[in-house]
Write a protein that binds this ligand. Structure first.
Ligand SMILES: Nc1ncnc2c1ncn2[C@@H]1O[C@H](COP(=O)(O)OP(=O)(O)O)[C@@H](O)[C@H]1O
Ligand SMILES: [Mg+2]
Length: 283
């Protein structure tokens, strides 16, 4: 792949394989343009490759287009131009049924965990497998094979002992682990995590990112994680991509980057109203 870093005003281009040695991307975005309704382009000419086995950190100020880029990878963004390919499919040309089947194998993790609080941890994980043929037995309960798998996954994320607790009784970090187990229940080809640690304290943030990085490596799938805090991105990712006002200004292996070179993503933020967001990235 070609990694291009435009972080200092000059463009450095290095040709390399990925940090993990994979050569074929699972997802490829080229020249992506997105606009909501009659509004302006919120993504303009974005390129992105996601390779099996790597954790890619997606950086950018609030409003730079991170969530929109994530949505484009599940066919939920209003695409005006360019292409989005995932697992060999051109998302802009898929029929609804095909798109639904593809989405079934994209695990998603959100800032607010999105669990059903009154249901047990185990049931929350089991719902991740609902798209699969046959998770339910004749009595309408989940099959024992699915229960076993869900328990194995809870064990993997370190909270099997909470399986029967109501999800809402868990801490934020524990809830995010449940959400990750639920995503794994989908047997994902790709995991998209949109600000997964924005509601967690620093210790929990490190633990959740460690877990996501382990999953990327062990399961050989790409994990795309949007983050606000630069040191977290620098510590936990194989590659960093960075958006500013809808354009991809940074795309490079993490080892080639540092906070100074990433500053270009936040240049001009001082003029914005969102001062607290600007503070967040250096926290
Ligand atoms: N559903 C929507 N309708 C209209 N505009 C939207 C919608 N979602 C996002 N936007 C706009 O698109 C731009 C990028 O937003 P978003 O992708 O959410 O950025 P980020 O996740 O980096 O904060 C922002 O200007 C935002 O206001
Ligand atoms: Mg967002």
């Amino acid at each position: 792949m070609t990694a291009t870093a435009t972080t200092t005003g000059t463009t450095t281009t290095t040709t390399t394989t990925t940090a993990t040695g994979a050569t074929l991307p699972l997802a490829t975005v080229r020249g992506l343009q997105v606009a909501y309704g009659d509004g302006p382009l919120v993504l303009d000419g974005v390129d992105l490759d996601l390779f099996p086995g790597e954790l890619v950190a997606l950086l950018g100020s609030s409003g730079s287009g991170k969530s929109t880029l994530m949505k484009s990878l599940t066919g939920f963004a209003p695409v005006n131009g360019g292409t989005v390919r995932v697992a060999g499919h051109d998302l802009t040309n898929l029929r609804h049924g095909q798109l639904r089947r593809l989405r079934a194998h994209v695990g998603q993790v959100f800032q607010q965990f999105n669990l059903v609080g009154r249901l047990s941890v185990l049931t929350n994980v089991l719902t991740g497998g609902l798209h699969d043929a046959g998770p339910l037995n004749l009595a309408g309960g989940f099959s024992s094979a699915h229960r076993r798998l869900a328990l194995e996954l809870l064990d993997r994320v370190g909270i099997a002992h909470k399986a029967n607790d109501q999800a809402r009784t868990l801490s934020g970090g524990q809830q995010q682990r449940v959400a990750i187990a639920r995503a794994l229940m989908q047997r994902p080809r790709l995991i998209l995590a949109d600000e997964p640690v924005a509601s967690l304290d620093p210790k929990m943030s490190h633990a959740v990112l460690d877990l996501l990085h382990d999953i990327a490596r062990q399961d050989g799938i790409p994990v795309l994680v949007s983050l606000h805090v630069l040191p977290l991105a620098l510590e936990h990712s194989d590659r960093i991509v960075g958006l500013a006002r809808g354009e991809m200004l940074v795309s490079a292996p993490t080892t080639e980057l540092d906070a100074d070179r990433l500053g270009v993503l936040y240049a001009g933020d001082e003029d914005d109203e969102e001062g607290d967001d600007h503070d967040a990235h250096v926290a």
